[in-house]
Structure formats: C-alpha cells, structure tokens
Design a protein around this ligand. Structure first.
Ligand code: 2HG
Ligand code: ZN
Length: 444
C-alpha cells in the first residue's frame, strides 16, 4: 500500500489531460485474493475504489474521482498460458498488450487489438475500456477477443464468466457487459483471450493527398473496392506537421493529409490487392503512393503513427481528445463540418485516426488558459458532438466515456436507456463504490 505523497502522485493522473485527483492510498495488488480482500474491506468501510491498469486512458476512467483507494493491477503481470491448440491466452490484467502480442507471435499466433499505447497499456485497462486500434477495422475491438473473465465485485465476490471455447451462449453475456464497463462493474483478475493464427504476410502503403477532404473521399473509394485492409488510417496536415522530423519514418514534405492502408493474409494475391488500394487512392486524388519495402519500414511507419498522441500532447498546453465515430458514408461530411466548426470558433484541431471505422480523433490544441480560449474550445467540442450525433454517429469510439464525456451521454442516449444502465450498475455495485462518478453524469 502506498500512502507516501510523492510515490502516490503517479496514481492520481492519467492521459486524459483532466489533471490530478487526490486519493488516500494506492494498493498494488498481486493476486486475486488481495483484490478480494481490498474490495471486501472497502465495502465494509464504505471506501471508494478506483481500479487502474497503467494509466494510459484518455477519458479519466482511472482517476479517483471520489478519492478513496486506487487499486492498481500493474503487478499482476503474468501470462499464465498460451495454448496453440485451443487458440487461447490466459493472462493477468497487468500484462502489457504489446508483450502479449510479441509472446503469441513467437508461437505463430496473433492477438489483433492494437491500441496506440500498446507498449505501455495493460490488458486489464484494454478490457475495462474495450480498447480498439488501427487493426480493429478488420479484426474488431477488445471485446471480440475476451472469451472469459475472472472478476471480483465490490464486496469481494469473485465471478467466473464466459468460457474458453470459441462458441458458447450459456446465460447472459456477462463477460461482454464487464468488458467496456470502465471498471465500474468488477475488477478483472484473469482474462481468457481468443487468439488467431498469425497472418503469413502483411503489406502496407502510405498515400499522400493534397488535402484532408480528398483523403476522406479516398477512404470511401477504398471501402468500395471490396478489399479488406486490416487498417485504414488517416492523418491530417496539422498532425503531420507535429510528427515531421520527430519520428522514425520520414513523412513526405508538404502533404495535406495521408492515408495508411495495410493488408494481411496469404502472400499470394496480397500485392495485387495492395495495388488495387493504391490505384483507388490515386484515382481519388493521391499525389504519391509509397509502399513499405520491408518489415523495418512498416514498423517505422506504425511507430510514427503511434507517436501522434504523445507528440501533439507534448507540443501544447492542453489537448482535448475527442474520439467520435460516424457511419462510414458520413466521413467526408464530418471532416467538412469539423473544418467549419474549427474556423467559426477559431480553434486549432489535429484530426487523425481509424478512418476505415469512421473513428476520428479530433484533438483540440490549446496554448493558453485564457477564459476566451476555453470558451471557444468548449463551444467547438459541443458542436463536434452535435454534428456527430446529427450524422448518426456516436460520441466515444474506443477511449470510453470516463469523466471527460459523461456530460454528453444524455445527448446520445434517452432517459430510459440511461436509467437501465444505472440499474445495471446497482446490480453489480449497490453502494456505488467501485469507480464511482464515471460514465453517467451526476446530475441529468
Ligand atoms: C490513437 O489512435 C489513440 O493514437 C490516441 O487512440 C488517440 O490522441 C488520441 O486521441
Ligand atoms: Zn485510436
């Protein structure tokens, strides 16, 4: 247990930019029995508990909004099993996502979900937030890989949910309900994950566009091809300017926007598919298409893409990360609306993300704390959310709702649905002590 102020500090912040939330102590649990004990004592003494992975969350899910105790699972970091025959991995929640990927790939297996922070985020955090990433375009998000959970409820009762088999419909999908519940239902202590055979070949291209809108239109062209890239990522000019010269891959000068398109599967036929994607980009107006020549270039390109969030953050006083999703047919329209909103409110936005899924990270970049700057940014955020909902999208794609977006929930969901979800929360945690204050606004 950590109570010392200095050592406690890192448990009170995350990557949301929401600042610091005080807590009494952090408990670094090492076993399920310890999680059970903490949650039993916490209920007995009516102390709030905020579960925490490695604190890479973008919406404040791991911030101790009501104080109390931070329960960190970072020391529960063992890969318990990788089973080639069952295509299953069994892990503790503190395992770093990238470490599991590397371990299963050594065995010729594949764990697709690849959040940008994969070298530092944990699988427990991914499960809590139902994390996505570029490869979600073909392979889906974390939920699709969680077969079963061992999870402890507030009060210390352990549930074994789900299964180890690929199919199974026994009872309600309690596993699916816990995944993405942002640490408000239960604390996972063991996660059974579905694995796939590792795709034998991968091919990647970078297409350069004069501007964002042409790149946005190219996304639809590629989608119409019938090819199924595993990733289709978009980066706008502002994002590229923040990356250029600071990342391993040399980004082309003067690009208005780029698309990264990656395919995988059998080696045979892959090149022809990549060529079709390249042609579609060129027809849509790409001025240059570069194909990654080897594994190193591919790695550099992805490392460069993954640096978008940290480098933008580093360069500005505040970065407000929106994570909206629009239906695929509305991507171009959304990009135009964001441009108009940013111009009208005089704010700088860096837009990038998982365009194939319609999931855009629209980041508002602020350089001072003046009330007028804040007011304009808030107005822009509200209009971005309105535009998203107007286009039949959703306000949170893969970063969760946490504290950052809870006030917008009633804009997307009607009172009966919010009421039902509050009732569900009470079933898991009647006293509202496990990660309280998250997802739903305190007042509606
Ligand atoms: C990414 O795709 C992460 O890079 C972080 O989801 C996104 O900066 C962000 O908002
Ligand atoms: Zn993302």
């Amino acid at each position: 247990m950590i109570r010392d102020e200095e050592r406690l500090e890192r448990f009170l912040v995350d990557e949301s930019g929401l600042g610091r939330y005080p807590a009494e102590a952090a408990v670094l649990v090492e076993s399920r029995a310890e999680v059970e004990l903490v949650l039993r004592l916490a209920l007995e003494h009516r102390v709030a508990v905020t579960p925490r992975g490695t604190g890479t969350g973008m919406t404040g899910g791991a911030l101790p909004a009501r104080g109390g105790i931070v329960l960190s699972t970072e020391r529960m970091n063992k890969i318990r099993e990788i089973d080639f025959d069952d295509l299953v991995a069994v892990v503790e929640p503190g395992v770093i996502t990238g470490d599991l990927q590397a371990a299963v790939e050594l065995e010729g297996l594949f764990y697709p979900p690849d959040p940008a922070s994969l070298s530092s985020c944990s699988l427990g955090g991914n499960v809590a937030e139902n994390a996505g990433g570029p490869r979600a375009f073909k392979y889906g998000v974390t939920r699709e890989y969680v077969l079963g959970l061992e999870a402890v409820r507030m009060g210390g009762e352990t549930l074994h949910t789900g299964r180890r088999t690929s199919k199974g419909v026994t009872g309600y999908d309690v596993t699916g309900a816990i995944v993405g519940s942002e640490g408000t239902f239960a604390v996972a202590t063991e996660i059974t994950l579905k694995l796939l055979p590792k795709p034998p070949a991968v091919a990647t291209l970078l297409a350069v566009f004069p501007d964002l809108f042409i790149a946005g239109a190219a996304v639809s062209q590629v989608l119409h091809l019938g090819a199924r890239p595993r990733a289709l990522e978009l980066l706008d000019r502002t994002t590229l300017e923040h990356l250029r010269g600071r990342t391993p891959y040399r980004l082309p000068e003067g690009a208005g926007a780029v698309l990264i398109c990656e395919l995988d599967g059998e080696a045979e036929g892959l090149e022809a598919q990549l060529l079709r994607c390249a042609n579609a980009c060129e027809q849509a107006g790409a001025v240059e298409v570069v194909v990654a020549q080897n594994e190193q270039q591919r790695r550099d390109l992805w490392e460069t893409r993954r640096r978008a969030n940290p480098l933008l953050k580093e360069s500005h006083k505040h970065k407000i990360p929106e994570d909206i999703v629009v239906p695929r047919g509305a991507i171009s329209e959304m990009l135009h609306r964001v441009d108009a909103i940013a111009a009208a409110e005089n704010v700088v936005c860096a837009t990038y993300g998982h365009a194939g899924d319609g999931n855009l990270h629209i980041n508002l970049l602020l350089d001072d704390d003046l009330p007028d700057t804040r007011r304009r940014a808030e107005a822009a955020v509200a209009q971005i959310i309105r535009a998203t909902l107007d286009l039949r999208g959703t306000l949170a794609g893969e970063h969760g709702v946490g504290l950052l977006k809870s006030r917008f929930i009633p804009w997307e969901q009607a009172p009966p649905l919010i009421r039902l979800q509050r009732e569900l929360k009470r079933v898991f945690d009647p006293e509202d002590l496990l990660n309280p204050g998250k997802i739903f606004p305190t007042t509606e």
